[in-house]
Every structure is written in C-alpha cells, then in structure tokens.
Design a binder for this molecule. Structure first.
Ligand code: NAD
Length: 247
C-alpha cells in the first residue's frame, strides 16, 4: 500500500511507533525511524534488520523540540531516499499529576514534545512536501483528546492541541496537496499497559465494547491506510481506534 513512499516516523523505537515502522516497511515504504537516544535507535534498527536485512530503514535521534535539528535530519532523509512523502508524528509522553501538585516544568515538558515538536516536524515536512507536490502528515492523538482525563491535565491538553493542529493544517495545506489526519488510540498494549496486573487490566477491558485492549498493530494499520492513496480524499480527520471505549 505504500510502495515507493518515504516516511519519517518519530518515536519509532518502541510501542506504537515501532509497530508503525514495521508495517510501513512491510507495505513497501522506505522509513527513517526517529528516537530520543542513539542507543535505542540502534537497538530498534538491529532488530528490524535481523528480521529482514533488506529493509530500507535508517535511524536518527534529533531533539525534536529544536527546529534546526529537525530540519537537518529531514533534509538528510530527503537526500538519502529522494523524497519525503509521509510524516508520522508519534513521539509523545504522558503524566497523571494532580493539578494541586503539578510542577509547571512538567507541564511545559509535555507541551514541548507533544505539541511544539509536532509543530516543528510538520512545518519542516510541509515545506519539503509543498515543493515536491504533496504529502501526508499523520499525528498521534489519544482518546483523552475527546474525553479529557481525571488527573494530569497536561496530557489531554496537549492532545486537544494536536487535534486543533490536525484540523487547521488540513484546511491550510489542502491546496498544496498535503493531507493531515490524526489517529486517536484508546488503551493500547504497549510496555506500560502490558506490565499492569490482571486485577487492573480486566476491569479496564470490561469497559471496552470490543472487550480487549488495542494492539500497537491496530494503530499502525490505521496509519498505513491514512498514509496510502486509498485515503486520498480524507483530510482533517481524527480517527478513533479505541474499540468504542466510552471514557
Ligand atoms: P512509548 O512510551 O512506548 O513510546 C514513545 C516513543 O516516543 C518512544 O519511541 C520514545 O523514544 C519516543 N520519545 C519519548 N520521549 C521522546 C523525546 N523527548 N524525543 C523524541 N522521542 C521521544 O509510547 P506509546 O504508548 O507507543 O505512545 C506513542 C504515541 O501514542 C504517543 O504520542 C502517545 O501519547 C500515544 N498514545 C498511546 C496510547 C497507549 O495506550 N499506549 C494511547 C493513546 C495515545
């Protein structure tokens, strides 16, 4: 579905990002996997290459909150693979601090990665995409961008902002043939969720109509579809992939 496309995927070293890198490669894309540290990027690259030494995948670890570092890496990717067709803004952090104890520096840290970095990557990618005649920007939102959450207001605030950026950039960049969409995952079995005891997981599952937590591949599949030409008339959408979780 993505034959010949070049993708940059942030936060690609584990969880949803790693599953997305793999699905993109399996679907014929060339991928630049971005992570926060050289060590984790090299480890993820090695495990992909072990699976298939022919995978066209490279890794970088820029500070996504620094515009210049993002620009340098995206231009390298364009040079290496010939274009930049898809950006998946996936790197993100969360926290559940109650408001009364919320350290303002922690609030800023969440906004920095979950919002400012998404802006940086989207702006740099859009400039390249406009010049080459089009592209796709995909953001990782969350179901908390619809419901909020009872503690840790920074995380849902950042994801509401991601939805705002998604819808606004879709309207602004449509004329340049750049589509912008987001996926809003529900509870996904990443390391953190997998480590929860059965006594916590089961009551959670009981609140999900599909009676299971999502797998990273469920989100990766949505990204593959939205990145592909099959979604060529879809833009400005925040697609819930959450088994119809109600809150
Ligand atoms: P994860 O913690 O397993 O992986 C996060 C990724 O982001 C890692 O690859 C990490 O290297 C990268 N990252 C973290 N800090 C970074 C930084 N400062 N700079 C660059 N990269 C950094 O997370 P995940 O659960 O796979 O989440 C991925 C995305 O999905 C996030 O945006 C998250 O908000 C969203 N999400 C996850 C769930 C879930 O249940 N797991 C639900 C809704 C939304």
């Amino acid at each position: 579905m993505l034959q010949g496309k070049v993708a940059v995927i942030t936060g690609g070293t584990r969880g949803i990002g790693y599953a997305t890198v793999k699905k993109f490669l399996e679907n014929g894309a060339k991928v630049a996997m971005l992570g926060s540290r050289e060590e984790t990027v090299q480890k993820a690259l090695a495990s992909l290459k072990e699976e298939n030494p022919e995978y066209p995948v490279v890794g970088y670890w820029p500070n996504l909150t620094k515009h210049e570092e993002v620009k340098e890496v995206f231009e390298k990717v364009k040079e290496e693979f010939g274009s930049l067709d898809v950006l998946v803004n996936n790197a993100g952090i969360s926290a559940r601090d109650p408001l009364y104890d919320y350290d303002p520096a922690a609030f800023e840290k969440i906004m920095d990665l979950n919002v400012n970095a998404v802006f940086n990557c989207s702006q740099v990618a859009a400039c390249i995409m406009k010049e080459q005649g089009g592209g796709v920007i995909l953001n990782t939102s969350s179901m908390v961008s619809i419901y909020g959450q009872p503690a840790g207001c920074g995380y849902p605030t950042s994801k509401f902002a991601v939805n705002g950026m998604t819808k606004s950039l879709a309207r602004e960049l449509g004329k340049d043939n750049i589509r912008v969409n987001a996926v809003a995952p529900g509870v996904i079995r990443t390391d953190m969720v997998a480590a929860l005891p059965e006594s916590v997981i089961q009551p959670l599952i009981n609140t999900i109509p599909l009676r299971r937590v999502g797998e990273p591949e469920d989100i990766a599949n949505a990204f593959v579809f939205l990145a592909s030409d099959m979604a060529s008339y879809i833009t400005g959408v925040v697609l819930s992939v959450d088994g119809a979780t109600m809150s």
